[in-house]
Design a binder for this molecule. Structure first.
Ligand code: ADP
Ligand code: MG
Length: 251
């Protein structure tokens, strides 16, 4: 937390322009022309708490060299949030387990909270469960509408949602409601091929994919598990200075 406040403070000292939430989204832009006010700080803390981001996953601790196919410059541009969040565009992260999808998603979420945006990070399965309960209580529309306050909804691990869970197509309704209005960041182990398991039928799967990719940036992170590589490197490096000594501390 302190670190984030320090970042905010540093930004204010550097007088870097910071984009705030779009009008009417609750909470105006952060005024970082000077020192952040108490109110700015409280709002930042509130937004950080509500985002439910996994702790310690930052862009600073993300080793871009481990995913050479992902452009750091592109990620940094996404982290500023500006146009894609304003247009309700999406970001899709694909890659095998351990490739760093959740880390990158959480780190982007944190960076966006720091620019004054509102973010919610959820395992897709948990969100689907929550939406299904809402549906049973005839409150689905309202519950999805409430998620509108988040400029970015991060759905981690969409491919792990089972057909049973999604049978009632709550996820499809969510995707449809946010389409071209509010952004989604989705991580998946499978690029679309397995998505037939996520939605009840083929037509719905295609329609969901169509909406998601219409305005989307897709980052494919086809690398071997970072954990595995780090473990191997530690093993190999025993007795000499490890080349990535910071990996463990940063994760
Ligand atoms: P995925 O979501 O793709 O399965 P994770 O993001 O959970 O993978 O990454 C697994 C672990 O490895 C996490 O502890 C994460 O912080 C770390 N990790 C993965 N990729 C990187 C990277 N490029 N730089 C730093 N840490 C990474
Ligand atoms: Mg993950």
């Amino acid at each position: 937390m302190l670190l984030h406040l320090r970042i905010l403070f540093r930004r204010s000292q550097n007088q870097r322009p910071v984009t705030g939430p779009s009008p009417g989204s609750g909470g105006g832009p952060l005024d970082l022309g000077g020192r952040p006010t108490k109110r700015d700080r409280r709002r930042f803390e509130r937004h950080l708490a509500e985002a439910r981001l996994p702790v310690g996953k930052t862009l600073a601790s993300f080793d871009f060299a481990a995913v050479p196919m992902v452009s750091k410059a592109q990620v940094m541009a996404l982290a500023s949030g500006d146009s894609w969040l304003d247009n309700g565009a999406n970001l899709l992260l694909f890659g095998p387990p351990g490739a760093g999808k959740s880390h990158l998603a959480a780190a982007l979420g944190l960076a966006l909270v720091e620019t004054g945006r509102r973010v919610l990070f959820m395992r897709t399965g948990d969100l689907v469960q929550r939406l299904q309960i809402a549906r049973r209580e005839l409150d689905l529309e309202n519950t999805i509408a409430k998620l509108d306050k988040y400029h970015l909804l991060i759905l981690d691990d969409i491919a792990y949602v089972s057909k049973d869970q999604a049978e009632t197509s709550v996820l499809f309704e969510l995707i449809g409601t946010r389409y071209e209005r509010r952004s989604l960041l989705i991580t998946a182990n499978q690029p679309f091929g397995e998505w037939g398991k996520v939605f009840p039928d083929h037509a719905m799967t295609l329609a969901a994919i169509d909406r998601l990719v219409h305005h989307a940036t897709i980052l494919e992170m086809n690398v071997e598990s970072y954990r595995r590589r780090a473990a191997l490197e530690r093993k190999r490096g025993a007795g000499r200075p490890p080349t990535r000594a910071t990996i463990k501390d940063n994760t």
